[in-house]
Design a binder for this molecule. Sequence first.
Ligand SMILES: Cc1cc2nc3c(=O)[nH]c(=O)nc-3n(C[C@H](O)[C@H](O)[C@H](O)COP(=O)(O)OP(=O)(O)OC[C@H]3O[C@@H](n4cnc5c(N)ncnc54)[C@H](O)[C@@H]3O)c2cc1C
Length: 503
Amino acid sequence: MGGAAVGYALAKAGRRVLFIEKGFSQFSQDEDDPDTFDETMRLRNGRWPQQISGMVDNQSVRFFPALGCGAGGSTLLYAAALERFSPGDFQATDELGEPAWPIDYEGLEPFYRLAERLLQVRGSQDPLQPEADVIDPPVMTRCDQYFFDSVQSNGMHPYRVHTACRYVEDCSQCGGAICHKSCKQDARHAFIEPALATGNAMIVDQCNVEKIEAGKGEVTELLCRRNGKALTFTAKRYVLAAGALSTPLLLLNSRNELWPNGVANTSDLVGRNLMFHVSDFFAVWPRGRMRVSTPGKSIAFRDFYEYQGLKFGVIQSTGLTATSRNILHFLKSIIDRQGWIWLKPLKPLMRIPAAIGAFISGKATIFASILEDMPYPENRVKPNPQEPDRIFFEYTVHAELRQRIKAFRRLYRQAFKRHRMMVLGSEVNLNFGHACGTCRFGTDPSTAVLDVNNRTYDLPNLYIVDASFFPTSGGANPSLTIAANALRVGAYIAEELATKICV
Ligand SMILES: Cc1cc2nc3c(=O)[nH]c(=O)nc-3n(C[C@H](O)[C@H](O)[C@H](O)COP(=O)(O)OP(=O)(O)OC[C@H]3O[C@@H](n4cnc5c(N)ncnc54)[C@H](O)[C@@H]3O)c2cc1C
């Protein structure tokens, strides 16, 4: 998302832009299987080609990540819920009690507005938050109206979720896969295609950036590989946007004599403070004998975003029902993410409990929660000597997170009181699709990798605009904030190039 948005801003400002993308820029509509090991098939469907590995609470895990690969990045697969962070998120403090965000909500607000317009965000105003620039959505399905009224009668303040979904008929399932019906606005449609249309931008796809060459004061070139062939690119400004897992890996793998700890890593913070949200998926049944079907992914509420001094997050409907296919997907992903290696051979048999689950759950609708994660330096991405080119991370679930998970579950149960509910997942459901924080921005070079304009403190011609820059993870979906900030940085770089106010 970040790379597409900054490239759009620069191309629109008349600057020449080259997008370098590991995956494809055109995608097939053939068979798509999120579990396949076939790397070409994965790339053809916008999926990250390899498994990633890590240690969660000292237990090893290895799985195909919820990450996109191709022009548009992870937004190819995203569910397109585009919510702003709340003004309070920008007032968070760091471990020293200093402001964690070097910009405030008001500074980002014009770019939130621009991002909402470009991504054609639909929804209604959240009564608990400042106004957003959203288009009226179509009427809710009967099912969503039923749940909307029900949570409202339980004292919540629901609103129509903000989404870059055009609600095209017969297209309710494009979350988790590329949308071929022009329903979901992803970064490819909203930013890359319009950037290319200016004539100022070009894209080189199937091109993996392998190393950033840097001298003492600047990046000098990018070493890349395209279909086995080595390529080198040079530019005036380099904007890195490989995602919060790949960006730090690339910087750390680019170490040389001048940068023994990795490029732009004087602070030793590259890769650290890795955050994921915790996202529960939970089934909610209508009350009594009520029969409702066809959920439409249209409800959200933020009553517990900040509650009694604690940070929680947003609750959203997903548009999914508890079918055996959906339950099967949850069961398989739990096995992968929990590192239950002994259960992996049984994965094909999971269809049986999934079918039983679907039978028992009947007409349940699935909601999702997003719980803010906090930054800890020891939670990090770092190269694994055995597989230096593959993503590897270490993550410890801190006691305070476990406590907030429990407290949040108690709270959202209240929102659905008098409904039967079941959390589909385990004790801690880390949302690996929402990685952020691994090259944070801030006002102090000893506690941040990037300055207020997302420029690396170490190398004035290197910027980073993906989710790595987040100093805190907020309690809402990350993409709108990534896009808004990248548009802000794009405007800054265009201005900087025009006035040559710096080297
Ligand atoms: C299934 C799913 C559902 C989601 N739903 C939502 C949602 O509803 N709302 C929301 O806000 N967010 C959602 N997200 C998260 C959101 O998509 C990401 O937070 C966001 O796209 C991250 O943007 P980014 O710029 O950090 O990185 P990305 O969008 O991931 O872009 C990184 C790009 O860099 C490329 N790249 C990586 N390494 C290299 C390399 N070495 N050389 C060249 N190119 C490289 C990748 O191929 C990719 O195109 C979802 C994610 C997933 C996977």
